[in-house]
Design a protein around this ligand. Structure first.
Ligand SMILES: Nc1ncnc2c1ncn2[C@@H]1O[C@H](COP(=O)(O)OP(=O)(O)OP(=O)(O)O)[C@@H](O)[C@H]1O
Length: 126
């Protein structure tokens, strides 16, 4: 069995390999995904600084991982649309714009939740 076949077999056996490849690809190439990784890291640092409660941590973790997952799905939709056509097409535009809107709606919710959790704690500092 050749090296390529072995690698292909290993990829087929483990569901984690393609998932990790997708994760690294997005982290390397997608500016928005990199931004959400950075923003998520900042929120975690703030969480430690403000000693969040267990419930607050669970909400923050849900929001951060949900955001990252949605950004990955958005990237997958963009790639799929580009695979179908690189020509300008109204349906291609709608697919990409609606996927981007899904990320925007979730990000808006994330900002609201961050405000609800962190603003009272920040105000207590003054
Ligand atoms: N094939 C297409 N036909 C028509 N409009 C398109 C097409 N591809 C992209 N667009 C429009 O151009 C915008 C930018 O396209 P692009 O492929 O750069 O996606 P993007 O959402 O900006 O991706 P990224 O997040 O990687 O920057 C899309 O949101 C869409 O409105």
């Amino acid at each position: 069995m050749g090296l390529k076949d072995k690698a292909a077999k290993r990829t087929k056996e483990s569901p984690f390999v393609p998932a990790l490849l997708g994760l690294f690809h997005a982290a390397r190439t997608e500016r928005n995904f990199q931004f959400h990784l950075f923003a998520g890291t900042c929120v975690v640092v703030l969480g430690f600084l403000f000693s969040l409660s267990k419930t607050e941590w669970m909400i923050i973790i849900l929001v951060i991982f949900g955001m990252l997952s949605l950004e990955l799905v958005n990237t997958a939709i963009e790639r799929t649309v580009d695979l179908v056509t690189l020509e300008r097409h109204p349906l291609a535009k709608q697919a990409k714009d609606v996927a981007a809107a899904a990320v925007f709606v979730y990000a808006f919710m994330a900002v609201i939740i961050a405000c609800i959790i962190f603003i009272p704690k920040i105000l207590l500092l003054f």
